[in-house]
Every structure is written in C-alpha cells, then in structure tokens.
Design a protein around this ligand. Structure first.
Ligand code: NAD
Length: 480
C-alpha cells in the first residue's frame, strides 16, 4: 500500500519513529494509503530546515519570491485533473467539484499572493515637514499553517501562499483525514525546484504533530482553520507564548429569505448553499429562515429541488453529492438527525444513509436532509453539524429574524435574499457575521477580508489582511 511521506528540507522522508496511520477512501470505506504519524521530533526537524532556509528566502526581492510561487501555481494548473481526482478520492467529494472549485482555487491562491506582493505599497506618515515615519513589514521567521479536511488543498494553500509570499518559512500540517493533495504539493515543490526548507509539510494527528507545532518555541505564528474547540485548545497553548494567531473556526450560518426575493434564485442558491460539498463547508447556510408569506411555497420548491440532487459515486459526472468524509463524521451527522427528531423536528426529505451498490456499499453516503418544525434555539439549530442537514424556520419580521439569526455562538457568514436595497444593507449591518452575501452565496474575491466574529474565529485572512498577519510591522521615525 502506498506510504505518503513528510516533506522536510526539500526532501521526502519517512517519520522519525517510522509509524503510519490509515488513510481512508470515504466512497468505499476502505484504507487506500498510509500517512506518516509524525511527532515532535519531525516537527523539530522541519523547524530546523525552515530556520536554515529563512535568511536566503526572506532576503529575496518580492519579484523573485513571486516567480517561485507562480511556478507552484503553474504546475498545479498543469496537474489539475490529477489533483482533482486525488482530492475527490481522499475526501469523497464529487470529482467535478474538485475540478471546478478546489484545485482551481489552490492554483489561484498561489497566483493571487504571488502577484499581490508585486503591488504592495508601504505606509508613510509625514509629520508636517519636520520629520516622517515609514513602516517596514518584515517576515516573522518560521510559521505554522494547520488546515482541515473539508477543502483540503484549497485551504492549505490559502494559508501557505501568503505566509511564503511575505518572506516566511512554513511548517504546514494538512488534516490527517485528507492528506493526499498536500503530499502531491510536496512532489510539485520538488518538480519545480522550490527552494529547500522554505515549505515543510509534516503529516500526522492534530494532538501529536499539530500540537507539537503549536508548542514549538521557534514558531512565531499559527494560522489555523478547523473546529472551534480545537481553536480554543490551540489558543490556550499559543497565547502564553505570545505567538500571533489567526483562527478560522466553525459556523452555523443563517440564510434569510424575505418574501420580496427573486424566488427562483433564492431556491436555487439556497440548495447549493446547504448541500455543496455534502454540507461540509464552513460557509454553508444550514439554517434557512423564510418569511411566513412565502414559507409554504418555498418549502415545496426547495424540497423538490433537493430531491433532484443525485447522491452518487464521486467520479460520476451526474453526482451532485458524494460521500461525507469519514465514518465517525457520518455517525455524528446521523446522531444530529436523530436529535432533531427528538427535539420535535419533522424530516421533509432525507434523514438516512444511502445504500449504494458495490464497490461503494461500505461508503459514507448520506441523503440531503431537510427538517422543519424546530425552535430556533434548540441544539439542532445552535450546534454546528457540518453535513448535509438543513433546517427551515418561518419568521414574520426583520427584527425577529435578526434575533434568531444572531442567537448562536457563531458568526461566520450570512446570506440575505431580498429585492429591497435598504433592507438588504440594514440586515447586513446588523447581522453578527464576518461575511455577508446579498442574493448570492460563496462568491469570493480574494482581496476581501475573510473570517468570523464570536466563536467563529479571531483575525481575518484574505488579501492584504493575510500579508499583514504574516509580517511584523516596524515603524521607523526620522526627525530632522
Ligand atoms: P479540526 O479542528 O478537528 O482539525 C483541523 C486541523 O487541526 C487538523 O489538521 C487537525 O489535525 C489539527 N488539530 C487537531 N487538534 C489539534 C491540536 N490540539 N493542536 C494542533 N492542531 C490540531 O477540524 P476538522 O474536523 O478538520 O474541520 C472541520 C471544522 O473546520 C468545522 O468546524 C468547520 O467549520 C471548520 N472550518 C472553518 C473554516 C473557516 O474558514 N472558518 C473553513 C473550513 C472549515
């Protein structure tokens, strides 16, 4: 069986202790490769390589660093279909989705930050002709990037690219649940002659390799995307060490549909927002609030559309949904569906595991599930399920829906459907979330700040926010 390897100091290598973990193919429910079970000793080796590479990498001009990052982007573009196939196999998502969203976005992440640094301007503050200040933004040194399983290469590269672009060396850990495309990225680094030690990829468990990165005293910053509980654990270790932290955490996003919306558009986009990537996107609209006047009509049209979502083999062109990422995650989602019923919810569609023919009969396939009849403050409507489960809740007034939408501990994203311009902007102002879409969902402009309020995170990624995070601002004052 194929054994993945760490990538340290420009070379692929086995973990120091020689131990490996099983890597499952979710659509078949079978182990198909092994990944290094790295520990603190592997992280130490990666940090040593990063520190050795830092003086030369940070001394390069932005234009030179840009060329190295563009080489990664171009090679990802050349190997796009192969990477998409690997992502689909490793994660369970439809190949079409990986091919049209995940891998193109990984390519664009590198290209975006490679070119962003060519246009960077430094800050200058004139003190009325008597003196001036300028601000140097200097790289931090060795930084850690830790990413989740839902959008594997997409989110991995979203962190690595700005960290490298701003002159840091990186120790990165992909999720142990979906390590494969990060492994392919290490091959790509070797293929394009990426400078050794600048990017190091260490595989393994969060509580072992991940935690060793957070505890390491040489690592200056942690950029983390994952669950809120993990974020809290990381913060409790990194904060007393005064490391910089960017935490992108969970969500329970409201999708608010007013009765004056473009109805067909609201139904279509809400379906995608609820079930794209099997509902495993932190931005998925998992709580749909519908104004009472159109509630029944929306419910009927929405359920009809959801019935048309084909759950199938990830590689099949017609599959709109594939498998969820693991057996444990499937069980967690099913337990929430059970809880929803105990809390008084009625299942309008779905609710069960999908029986698939061989070779997918052991795969983790779930029906897209629509539930109504729950109170806004029950556990099903407050806790992140992170699967193909959505609830429908009627509302009467703008005030009421804001209260319900803002009632969770999370504050990541929100979608609003209305034709009333004033109302759209008023709700956008009053909603507690870091990202708001009006009449659309998941439209991304890589220049914009990305992140959550409340327990959805601390800090922002994206554009210059990310480049600022990965640098230390040093003000230099000159007085005549
Ligand atoms: P997770 O928190 O279990 O794991 C995320 C990463 O952290 C993995 O690489 C894991 O190995 C590592 N990790 C776990 N424990 C660690 C520790 N003690 N120290 C250091 N690293 C550790 O999350 P997951 O299950 O992989 O991903 C799903 C979660 O991610 C959901 O809550 C989802 O909302 C969230 N998410 C958020 C965003 C966002 O941008 N806000 C994007 C995608 C996913």
């Amino acid at each position: 069986m194929e054994k993945l390897q760490n990538y340290i100091g420009g070379k692929l290598c086995a973990p120091v202790k020689g131990e490996y973990l099983d890597n499952y193919e979710p659509a078949r429910g079978e182990v198909y490769s092994l990944i290094p079970r790295s520990g603190a000793e592997d992280v130490t080796a990666a940090v040593k390589a990063a520190e050795a590479a830092f003086p030369a990498w940070s001394a390069l001009s932005n234009a030179e660093r840009s060329k190295h990052l563009m080489a990664l982007s171009n090679r990802i573009a050349e190997r796009l279909d192969e990477l998409a196939m690997a992502e689909s196999r490793d994660n369970g998502k439809p190949f079409k989705l990986a091919q049209s969203v995940d891998i193109p976005r990984a390519r664009d992440n590198f290209a975006f930050f490679a070119t962003a640094i060519l246009h960077q301007e430094d800050e200058f503050h004139n003190m009325g002709g008597k003196g001036f200040n300028y601000t140097l933004r200097q790289p931090l040194g060795s930084v850690a990037c830790i990413s989740p399983w839902n959008l594997p290469l997409y989110l991995f590269s979203w962190k690595i690219a700005p960290a490298l672009a701003s002159g840091n060396c990186v120790i990165a850990k992909p999720s142990e649940v979906t390590p494969y495309t990060a492994y392919l990225l290490s091959q790509i680094c070797i293929e394009v002659g990426f400078p050794a030690g600048v990017l190091n990829i260490v595989h393994g468990l969060g509580a072992e390799a991940g935690q060793a990165m957070v505890e390491n005293d040489t690592i200056k910053a942690i950029s983390f995307t994952g669950g809120t509980a993990t974020g809290a654990r990381i913060a409790s270790i990194a904060a007393p060490k005064f490391k910089k932290m960017s935490l992108e955490l969970g969500g329970k996003n409201p999708n608010i549909i007013f009765d004056d919306c473009d109805f067909e558009r609201a139904v279509k986009i809400s379906t995608r927002a609820a079930f794209a990537n099997q509902g495993q996107i932190c931005l998925c609209g998992s709580r749909i609030f519908v104004q009472r006047g159109i509630y029944d009509r929306f419910k009927e049209a929405f359920v009809e559309r959801v019935k048309g979502l084909k759950v199938g083999a990830p590689e099949e062109e017609s599959s709109r949904m594939g498998a969820v990422v693991s057996e444990a995650h499937m069980e967690k989602i099913l337990s929430y569906i059970q809880l929803a019923q105990e809390e008084g919810g009625q299942i309008l569609h779905g609710g069960k595991r999908v029986e698939m023919p061989a070779p997918y009969d052991k795969g983790y396939f779930l029906e897209p599930t629509v539930i109504e009849g729950l109170s806004f403050d029950c556990r099903t409507n407050q806790e992140e399920i992170f699967g193909p489960v959505v609830t429908l809740t009627p509302f009467d007034t703008e005030e009421e829906v804001l209260m319900m939408a803002n009632s969770t501990e999370y504050g990541l994203a929100c979608t609003i459907f209305t034709q009333d311009l004033n109302r759209a902007h008023r709700v956008a102002r009053d909603i507690h979330s870091g990202i708001v879409w009006i009449n659309d969902w998941l439209v991304r402009d890589l220049r914009t700040p990305f992140g959550g309020m409340k327990n959805s995170g601390v800090g922002r990624e994206g554009g210059f926010e990310a480049l600022k995070f990965f640098t230390e601002a040093k003000n230099v004052c000159f007085n005549y």
